[in-house]
Design a protein around this ligand. Structure first.
Ligand code: IPE
Ligand code: IPE
Ligand code: MG
Length: 242
């Protein structure tokens, strides 16, 4: 990447989260079945990961399957499950070699045992890697996550006065991961769709009409460049933060 165009390091988001949307429309536009769009939406992953490395992004969270996506036609749900399995089979070794730590956010219980074990294995294998932390949100829902956290706090006997912002964060699936600085949504939709509803409280948002399978390193760079021009005020006034 051209050094002059590269945003200053302090303006690089530490954590980027992406709502990978538009696979179905990408396929439809080509007269292909929706599942072909989902497959195409895995082919750009490597390029996006490379882009993260080049830009110096440390955490990447990808929204791959929401708790609401179970309501899609059974054939599509099955297809999405087998795509996750194929991606683990074909990419895990290389990701591990490259120092990527894989984490899963969401609940594994509802997945087929074989897929569940593969995800657990991938997480275990890569747990000491630290070049890039890649969180896969699969069977993830922000509300589900908060309900899950509250249940755990109650089971642990947490007292009302002990509940703080930090404690809640520690009970979420993302425990230990800094909040996202930048959330990207592809495909032109302007909504949150139950993604990181707690963690993205002060994230910067970037929307692009590009469908996910067409999102590449260049599109990532554009999003980061746009982010680098934003002023994050966290409720303060400009003079306080600059
Ligand atoms: C995103 O693409 C992938 C998942 C939600 C699993 P979509 O499948 O939502 O694609 P569109 O929005 O129908 O185009
Ligand atoms: C959000 O996309 C979920 C994922 C990208 C995995 P959807 O396509 O499911 O969201 P809605 O239904 O348009 O809000
Ligand atoms: Mg969609």
């Amino acid at each position: 990447m051209d050094n002059e165009k590269r945003p200053k390091p302090e303006k690089i988001p530490t954590h980027v989260a992406i709502i990978m949307d538009g696979n179905g429309r990408w396929a439809l536009a080509r007269g292909l079945p929706r599942i072909a769009g989902h497959r195409a939406g895995t082919e750009n992953l490597r390029r996006v990961l490379e882009g993260c490395g080049e830009l110096g992004i440390k955490y990447l969270t990808l929204y791959a399957f929401s708790t609401e996506n179970w309501g899609r036609p059974a054939e599509e749900v099955r297809g999405l499950m087998s795509i996750l399995e194929d991606v683990i089979d074909s990419e895990l070794e290389e990701l591990h070699q490259e120092g990527v730590q894989l984490r899963h956010i969401g609940l594994l219980d509802q997945l087929e045992p074989r897929l569940r074990e593969k995800v657990k294995y991938a997480v275990e294998l890569t747990k000491n890697n630290d070049r890039l932390i890649l969180n896969i949100a699969f069977n993830y829902g922000g509300r589900d996550e908060i309900v899950h956290a509250i249940r755990h706090m109650i089971r642990d006997g947490v007292k009302a006065e002990e509940v703080t912002d930090e404690l809640v964060s520690r009970y979420l699936f993302t425990s230990g991961v800094p909040d996202p600085d930048l959330v990207i949504r592809t495909s032109g939709e302007l909504r949150i769709s139950n993604f990181l509803i707690w963690q993205a409280a002060y994230a910067e948002w970037y929307f692009t009409p590009v469908y996910w399978p067409d999102f590449d390193k260049d599109e990532l760079r554009k999003a980061v460049e746009e982010y680098s021009t934003r002023e994050r005020r966290y409720g303060l006034v400009s003079a306080q933060v600059s």
